[in-house]
Design a protein around this ligand. Structure first.
Ligand code: IMP
Length: 210
């Protein structure tokens, strides 16, 4: 089965392609298709935003589409920046990281979690699939490390003494919120793939029998 990744982020594509190959899904890179879709992320939740993106791409291409939406939730900030993580303040990733640290000045409660939601939308009437992955940790007092992106230099996942930016991609891709969501949605896809395989077989038998 072919599924288009509703994103032009090649890093996300590489990370996901490897997870879906073994279950028989050919993930197509959104940036390689001849459509260019900009979706306003107007939803109040990661789930809504992931579904908005997947629906737009599925409708435009007439095929199954997969999208993700993620963010960082900080306990002492009541869950902010959450769904607004990418646009919490204008500027660069480093600006947003410094903004977040300034919001947390003096806060003893450093608990935080990364959340990632992945949605798959099908071109027929099949109900969409949604899975939420979580990675819990704490916010460091200063940015550390040079790997990754976004808030990686200030996020220390539980069980480690280093930030995501210090740990590097090899560890991050095993334990991150996105890794959890990819694993979860891949497991949800297995019975759906079996259903489509049976349906395709029945259709071809019907055509042959005519
Ligand atoms: P997106 O929905 O995956 O584009 O992520 C939205 C925003 O959440 C990003 O722009 C980052 O600020 C933040 N974010 C999501 N995942 C990560 C991560 O793995 N590391 C650091 N920041 C992240």
């Amino acid at each position: 089965m072919k599924i288009v990744l509703a994103s032009s982020n090649r890093n996300k594509y590489r990370e996901m392609k490897e997870a879906f190959g073994p279950i028989g899904v050919e993930l197509i890179y959104g940036g390689d298709t001849d459509v260019s879709i900009e979706v306003d992320e107007t939803g109040d939740s990661y789930e809504e935003n992931a579904l908005l993106k997947a629906r737009a791409w599925s409708e435009a291409l007439g095929m199954a589409a997969l999208a993700d939406d993620s963010g960082l939730e900080v306990h002492a900030l009541g869950g902010a920046p959450g769904v607004h993580s990418a646009r919490a303040v204008p500027g660069s990733d480093a600006d947003r990281t410094m903004w977040l640290l300034s919001q947390m000045e003096g806060a003893e409660d450093r608990r935080a979690r990364f959340v990632s939601c992945i949605a798959v939308v099908f071109p027929d009437k099949e109900p969409p699939l949604v899975y939420r992955g979580i990675c819990s940790g704490t916010i460091a007092s200063n940015p550390r490390g040079s790997g990754g992106f976004g808030y990686d230099p200030i996020f220390i996942p539980d069980g480690y003494n280093a930030t995501f930016a210090e740990l590097g991609n090899q560890i991050k891709t095993k334990i991150s919120h996105r890794a959890m969501a990819i694993k979860g949605i891949a497991e949800m896809l297995i019975p759906v793939l079996q259903y489509y395989a049976v349906r395709t077989m029945e259709k071809s038998r019907f055509v042959q029998g005519q």
